[in-house]
Design a protein around this ligand. Sequence first.
Ligand SMILES: [Zn+2]
Length: 96
Amino acid sequence: MAEAETTTEVEATPDPNLLETLADGTKIKRRVARQRACNEPLKKNICAGHLKRWYEFGDDVKAHLGPGGEVYRCERCQTLYLPNREETPRTGTLAF
Ligand SMILES: [Zn+2]
């Protein structure tokens, strides 16, 4: 029985959750549902830093945020994460 061939496409595949890269290199990504840790690929592993609510953003970041200005930042690599839409309750920020 032949072994199934697995291909790693970590480098070739663009991150589907990457929304924007700011001028200073900061990435803005969309959190996938229930994501609590950073999934940025580092040298051999993923970053896995904790995502924390972040408030000290400037206007360049603010321009990418939705109503409520909710953003999270990885404590290790400083990648920014926007909340996942499917996770947001149907009250508050999505009401219009
Ligand atoms: Zn990270």
